[in-house]
Design a protein around this ligand. Sequence first.
Ligand code: HEC
Length: 163
Amino acid sequence: MRTVNWLFIVSVALFISGIGFVIASARTARSAAPAAEVAVVTIPVASVKQIMGAITGPAANVIYGAVSTSVTAAGIKEVAPQTDEEWAVVGNNAAALAESANMMMTDGRAIDNGDWMKFSQQLLDTSKEAIKAVDAKSAIGILDAGGPINETCDNCHEKYQRQ
Ligand code: HEC
């Protein structure tokens, strides 16, 4: 009889902690902020070529094209983001460019632990400069970030791009 009682108490305790768990996880699911300690091992899906073609290339083009000065017969034409929405588009693309660098460094996609990581890190760092320029709404900052970003593309392509 004693054993039965204990089993009963243990199962009630498990039931209650189970409910607590459900409530706790429902609360976690509701908060939109990323959890601090999630250790998910992600498995790469896209190839480097696909990331380059779909994310890195288009995102870099938005940044390169965001600020320019051209001299025409009609005069000097300055192009720069004007509205909050236009700045946000540049910011989104700078962030996507930075994330594409993170993707390059993902286990299972990184080609080696040397120059590949170095060039990817440079792309990440220079993209962050573009993000800072967007935060400061600095057109000249965007222009300044463009050159170093482009250098990282050239450096890596020179060594790794398959012809
Ligand atoms: C860490 C290395 C690395 C960096 C940094 C890098 N690339 Fe690449 N990129 C590659 C490799 C490798 C390929 C060739 C992929 C293949 O053909 O399999 C490539 C290919 C490409 C392609 C051709 C995609 C296609 O469809 O053939 C484009 C466009 C491109 N990169 C744009 C960029 C731009 C723009 C930047 C800089 C903002 C950049 N890449 C930075 C490694 C890099």
